[in-house]
Design a protein around this ligand. Structure first.
Ligand code: SF4
Length: 672
């Protein structure tokens, strides 16, 4: 897993397609952003519509799958987060979007008149408890609906004197919600319908919202990104289909009851009494208020509601006001971030990122760590096109470090006062999990250094090799001595990009899932981004938003590092958008967008110490680590090497005090 381009930060990771002409007037428009062309059109020219397979969506989506609507639309069903991803990544032109996801993307145009909402009890979104709701101390959150998660947090702030502690959960057949004592659970969908009346206390989120605001609540609505042309004819067709779907609710309820075992009368009452499918003026007011409250609480970006048929759907805030919002720490949407990326000056981005950094770290201290990057093997089966480090299985230059070689490297770290080893390698099929367990136990027993080891790709590889769940692999490695997980291998968390630069690599969702599981176990990790291959500005923004979303769930990321692809001998792909200015802009944007990350690291290994120093004024509060050696960087010819004294000199020259840290960013002494 170690190449210059995978892991160049010293502290951490050593590291639009065009569409065919659409049918009828469902034409695709070009984006306002260079490099991005809205798509979401099928091969035969129909609009791709992403929607969930939940019961409440069926009156909207079922009719679209038959004549005459299927001549115009292709329906693809997925879970809510996947619906949002497909719209975000232009795989779908239109999505039945959870309203929180629409806010995160920004500049979404809703289809008037169609929504999934409630004007009172919704019945399928419940907070259940054994104690009265205002006495709840911990809330388990079903993370399948981000909208409900935001709503319950707003409602609890309204109902409770003291905000409860929130824990994200992914429920499975084996592990359902745990409602006990002062721990309540948020249940969504069939799980909520099935337990109605089972617990002594229950908060119906639709009803509570109405009681609080006097307004209906919209959970999801049809939305398309700016640049995707959803015509008046498309919108009328969707509205006509809904009228048919509403008439069919008895049949849909009966079918759902047969498939799931849920009582037929319950399903019918749910569709006809609890769920409201309108999105008119009252619903708009309710959604505006929800967005305003969520933005004030820092849970969602500030969002203006726009409909696809608004007379002037293009009005946008000025770039100055966006820079001001960024500097004040407001949560930004993908659209806001894109505008900053494309329109803000380097100076303005730096000032805004520096303001965010100063608010988060008013003490004016920059940290660094004394650790060592050790690449235990260069044998790898993945053949990433940007990697000059790996050797295929059986190659004469392939290696696995012996205990003796490793021992020498570790002893040098101990001798120089180091606190940690960053251990990463290729995906070597000859190393079973027991090899790692033995190694970790030996390293811990002999050298007592922190073990920041194995990026998500390596964890995923071991899981596949051993046919073990990710959680089991992480538990075993943690028991053997693993302390934290480096964020290498993220590259760009957009699958279109990953497929082009590293076809055999795990998908974005897999990378994020390994991190999710690690965080849920209490392990901490860093996050990274390597850009500058086939990615564009929008891909980089999506990458940041995926990290921010997971951080909202788990709070498990300690820091973020980014660097650009270094094209050198041995890599098999040309450099795309790179350079010093882009590096500083990208890091500054990351500091602004990743509002829930505590730390941003300067990646001086690839940019050089001079730029690393400047990066401290573009949002970074960490200078990475001293350099013992860097196989990865030297594989590709880039060589910068500075010791602790030089790092401190750089930090002081930039106007900050310096202090050493550990992997959790605790200070190891007083700043000087
Ligand atoms: S080829 Fe192997 S070692 Fe190189 S970046 Fe890809 S996974 Fe890592």
């Amino acid at each position: 897993m170690n190449t210059n381009n995978r892991h160049p930060s010293p502290s951490d990771p050593p590291r639009g397609s065009s569409s065919r002409p659409p049918a009828g007037d469902s034409a695709k428009g070009t984006s306002q952003y260079p490099g991005r062309i809205a798509s979401g059109i099928s091969e035969d020219g129909r609009l791709i519509v992403a929607g969930v397979s939940y019961l409440n969506a069926r009156p909207i989506l079922d009719p679209l799958e038959r004549e005459p609507y299927r001549q115009r639309f292709v329906v693809e069903r997925a879970i809510p987060s996947e619906v949002a991803r497909r719209v975000a990544e232009d795989e779908a032109a239109l999505g039945l979007l959870p309203v929180a996801a629409a806010a995160t993307l920004g500049d979404i145009r809703f289809v008037r008149g169609i929504g999934i909402g409630a004007r009172g009890p919704v019945r399928s979104v419940l907070l259940v408890s054994e104690c009265p709701i205002p006495q709840v101390e911990t809330v388990e959150l079903d993370l399948s609906s981000r909208t409900s998660v935001v709503l319950v947090r707003l409602l609890m702030a309204w109902l409770c004197d003291r905000e409860p502690h929130y824990i994200g959960r992914t429920y499975t057949a084996e592990r359902g919600p745990e409602v006990r004592g002062k721990t309540a659970s948020l249940l969504i969908g069939d799980a909520a319908l099935a337990i109605e009346g089972r617990y002594p206390y229950s908060l119906d989120l639709g009803q509570a919202w109405l009681a609080w605001t006097g307004l209906p609540f919209v959970f999801a609505a049809f939305g398309a990104r700016a640049g995707t042309r959803v015509t008046a004819t498309d919108q009328h067709a969707l509205q006509r289909a809904l009228v048919e779907g509403l008439r069919e609710r008895p049949v849909i309820a009966a079918d759902h009851a047969e498939r799931t075992g849920i009582d037929r009368t319950t399903a019918h009452a749910y569709l006809t009494e609890a769920i409201h499918y309108d999105f008119g003026d009252e619903e708009r007011k309710g959604l505006e208020l929800f967005y305003a409250k969520a933005a004030a609480a820092g849970l969602l970006p500030k969002t203006d509601i726009r409909f696809a048929d608004d007379p002037d759907p293009t009005r946008q805030p000025s770039i100055d006001s966006l820079v001001e919002r960024a500097a004040s720490g407001e949560r930004l949407s993908a659209d806001d971030a894109m505008r900053l990326s494309e329109e803000a000056s380097l100076f303005d981005l730096g000032v805004a990122a520096d303001a965010v950094r100063r608010r988060k770290h008013p003490e004016d201290v920059v940290t660094y760590i004394v650790d060592r990057n050790v690449n235990y093997t260069n044998v790898c089966t993945t053949s990433c096109r940007f990697c000059a480090f790996y050797r295929p299985v059986g190659h004469p230059e392939g290696y696995v470090l012996s205990r003796e070689e490793l021992g020498k490297k570790l002893q040098e770290v101990v001798d120089k006062g180091g606190v940690q080893i960053l251990l990463q390698g290729g995906l070597n099929p000859d190393l079973p999990i027991t090899w790692y367990e033995d190694l970790f136990r030996w390293m811990k027993a002999e050298y007592k250094l922190g073990l920041h080891a194995l990026s998500p790709e390596e964890i995923w590889h071991i899981s596949r090799l051993e046919n073990l769940p990710i959680g089991t692999v992480l538990e075993r490695l943690h028991a053997a001595g693993l302390d934290s997980v480096p964020g290498g291998g993220a590259e760009i968390l957009v699958d279109r990009v990953r497929k082009k630069i590293a076809k055999a690599k795990c998908t974005s969702d897999m990378w994020l899932e390994v991190m999710r599981v690690a965080h849920q176990m209490g392990l901490r990790s860093s996050a990274t981004m390597m850009y500058g291959t086939v990615d564009n500005a929008y891909d980089r923004v999506l990458h940041l938003l995926k990290l921010r979303d997971l951080q909202d769930e788990t709070r498990g990321f300690t820091a973020f590092f980014c660097w650009d692809f270094q094209h050198e001998q041995g890599t098999r792909i040309q450099a795309g958008e790179t350079g010093t200015s882009l590096y500083l802009r990208t890091q500054a944007l990351a500091r602004i967008v990743l509002d829930n990350f505590d730390h941003i690291g300067a990646s001086w290994v690839t940019q050089g110490p001079d730029i690393g120093e400047i990066a401290l004024r573009f949002g970074a509060d960490d200078f990475g680590s001293v350099m013992f050696e860097e196989n990865v960087v030297s594989s590709a010819g880039t060589t910068y090497c500075i010791d602790a004294e030089a790092i401190e000199g750089r930090i002081h020259a930039a106007g900050f005090r310096s202090v050493r840290r550990n992997v959790r960013y605790d200070w190891l002494g007083q700043p000087t």
